[in-house]
Design a protein around this ligand. Structure first.
Ligand code: GCU
Length: 668
């Protein structure tokens, strides 16, 4: 399948040890599905090629079920317990059965079967039921039409180049990769829709967008576009984007009729409005709901969704102003209209109230809203978490968010419950992640960053998978089944988030990064800026008071969370500086003072990077050379980065506080 010469990631169907799998997969019978349905056809193609190259077996499609050893059939809730897009795979009496609720489920089941072969797992006695938890499982790409990628760390876009839409072998491989982990929706263009991207909904691009959506549809993926709210003005329509202006509505109605007739598989639109300079309904004195509902009503006849982002805040703040709190903004802007949003609108909420930091509390909008479709947004692209230079496996972070109790109900109140539809019984909900891919040969820059690309999809499909299980799958599928390799790489991945957190900003305060690029340390980089991202360090202490006595942000949570965060003594320590301004001499539960904690974690963080490098070096010759060398080179850069962070953070707080390190280590 690899026609482009680039990595096949976890679909690298190289030769595997046959653990009896070939006995089952050679004779296939298909029941209840049409062989020439586009998804079924591609599922069978994938099965054939995977089995052929991993086990050296030629698959034969049988006409008579009694001859078959692998039965692919339509199942249902009653028969097999399969639900929408789900599958069940089981073995009895020497026959393997894959029952799926629909074509997507069949495709996901085929990929699950191929995973088992690739991991060299036996089929005897197998019984695996998997129904996707999040109905929508999406990757958002922040690709610009000139080929650049906002917050991209793996080369250029493979969707766009020089204001053209690209459709090639890489597109198909991408679709295969993401469908294999259960992704069913992809936004191809940046949420900041400017220039040529505004024209994606015009005949300048329909042909290519339709081709792209066709390739996606072969793999059960719906294509979405990011939309410019001011499109009427920019595309020669009325000189307004007021959502309540009949002329504006008429313009959109006509536009959408055209768009959906030209690109019928389109899933809908993602909208960033009234945020960081993007236009929106606030310009016309209208609410976010006015804007979202106007578009939603118009795309409804086509089955379209409007995914509306909640990343709304004042990005022209005065740093002297201690009352305005960016963390409050999302909740304050959206909570008032809970229940006003129409059924095909989904509010897409970033996991934290600020912006994808290494540690943030969960956004109080999740579960704060009760009568509105909600979707969780996380960032797989490592904007603030090492930019795919530093290793930072993010699945543990995503899991913490999913497991968070919002207390919006007595039962079924976690973020996982909300974004799987269990809490409110809705289907327009799910998870989206900003993707980390580009046109680098290995897709994600750092080979180890592909674990995040893989992990998000697997987790969105099955929230109960552990970070450890996902890491294990990824290593076995992508690198090696050798135990030593699996264990060591897992160790690197599973510790990496903690390590990154140790050498960067302490206890949930965030930022302290180089402005704009967001890589590397600059403690005061954003301290006197307009972005609302301050640490408020002085000679006595550090942190933002978001308690009742401060900005009141803690009060946006439901009880008991609100009180828990409000009080310095009960606030979870990893978030202490997010919620409180804390003296350097304050004693943490460990018995250490805050300042000593800062010093210690920064020394530890660098030491842990050195340990990771040692582990990696012990794998030389055991992982493919290009992977070894690529990752090794990135580790050098990570170590340099970690030392810079350690020394700058420690020096900064030593100079501010004047307090010596108890261990007398070198602080500059
Ligand atoms: C961050 C990021 C921007 C992005 C924005 C968003 O602020 O730095 O590049 O546009 O998030 O999520 O819209």
């Amino acid at each position: 399948m690899n026609k482009g010469g680039f990595s096949q990631l976890w679909l690298d169907y190289k030769k595997r040890t046959d653990n009896g799998g070939s006995v089952y997969v050679s004779k296939v019978f298909l029941s209840g599905f049409l062989q020439d349905h586009r998804i079924v056809k591609h599922a069978l193609e994938e099965l054939k090629s995977g089995v052929q190259t991993m086990l050296g077996v030629e698959i034969k499609v049988e006409q008579d079920m009694s001859q078959a050893t692998l039965v692919l059939k339509r199942g249902s809730e009653k028969e097999g317990g399969v639900r929408r897009e789900g599958y069940r795979l089981w073995e009895t009496g020497g026959v393997l059965t894959l029952a799926a609720a629909d074509e997507r489920g069949l495709l996901y089941g085929v990929f699950a079967l191929l995973r088992l072969i690739a991991m060299e797992r036996p089929f005897q006695g197998l019984d695996l039921l998997s129904n996707p938890e999040s109905p929508l499982r999406m990757y958002d790409h922040w690709d610009n039409m000139d080929g650049s990628i906002e917050r991209g760390y793996s080369g250029r876009s493979f969707f766009f180049q020089d204001d053209k839409v690209l459709v090639n072998e890489r597109t198909r491989d991408y679709a295969r990769f993401v469908s294999s982990i259960g992704i069913n929706g992809v936004v191809i263009n940046n949420v900041n829709v400017k220039q040529a991207a505004t024209w994606l909904i015009t005949d300048r691009y329909f042909q290519e967008v339709r081709q792209l959506s066709g390739i996606f549809a072969d793999y059960g993926i719906r294509l979405f576009l990011s939309l410019n709210f001011a499109a009427p003005l920019e595309l020669g329509g009325p000189q307004s984007a007021d959502p309540l202006d009949p002329k504006v509505r008429d313009w959109w109605r006509e536009k959408m009729e055209e768009v959906f007739s030209k690109v019928p598989d389109l899933g809908g639109f993602l909208v960033k409005a009234d945020s960081e300079g993007r236009p929106g309904p606030f310009t016309y004195g209208r609410t976010q709901a006015d804007g979202a509902n106007m578009l939603a009503d118009i795309v409804k006849p086509y089955g379209g969704l409007i995914i509306w982002r909640c990343f709304v805040y004042n990005c022209t703040q005065d740093w002297r102003d201690r009352q305005t709190d960016r963390a409050r903004a999302g909740y304050d802007s959206f909570i008032g209209q809970d229940g006003d949003y129409h059924e095909n609108v989904i509010l897409q909420i970033k996991n934290g109230p600020m912006d994808f930091q290494i540690r943030e509390p969960v956004s109080p909008l999740l579960g704060g809203l009760q009568k509105t479709n909600q979707m969780l947004e996380v960032q797989v692209a490592q904007e603030y978490t090492g930019q795919q230079i530093d290793v930072c496996y993010l699945v543990p972070l995503f899991k913490e968010v999913l497991d968070f109790h919002t207390y919006c109900r007595e039962k079924c109140d976690t973020v996982s419950d909300i974004v799987s539809g269990r809490t409110f019984g809705n289907v327009n909900t799910g998870m989206a992640a900003v993707c980390n891919t580009g046109d680098d040969a290995n897709w994600t820059g750092n080979d180890l960053a592909a674990a995040n690309f893989y992990g998000f999809g697997r987790l969105a499909f099955c929230h109960s998978l552990t970070a450890d299980e996902i890491a294990e799958e990824w290593v076995r599928l992508s690198i090696s089944n050798e135990e030593e390799v699996v264990e060591k790489i897992k160790k690197i991945l599973l510790g990496s988030r903690g390590t990154y957190e140790k050498y960067t900003c302490p206890l949930g305060i965030g930022w302290m990064v180089t402005p704009e690029t967001h890589y590397g340390c600059s403690v005061d980089g954003y301290e006197y800026s307009r972005w609302g991202t301050y640490h408020r360090a002085d000679h006595k202490g550090l942190g933002v008071d978001r308690s009742r006595l401060g900005t009141g942000y803690a009060g946006q949570y439901r009880e008991p969370n609100a009180s828990l965060y409000d009080n310095m003594e009960t606030c979870p320590e990893e978030l202490l500086l997010f919620f409180h301004h804390v003296p350097y001499t304050y004693r943490l539960k460990s018995g250490k003072t805050l300042i000593q904690h800062i010093y210690d974690t920064h020394f530890e963080g660098v030491r842990e990077v050195e340990e990771m490098i040692g582990l990696w070096e012990s794998l030389k010759g055991k992982v493919p050379d290009p992977v070894y060398d690529g990752v090794r080179e990135r580790f050098d850069r990570q170590l340099h980065n970690a030392k810079e962070w350690r020394d700058q953070v420690n020096a900064y707080f030593y100079r501010k506080s004047g307090i010596e390190d108890e261990q007398g280590r070198k602080i500059y």
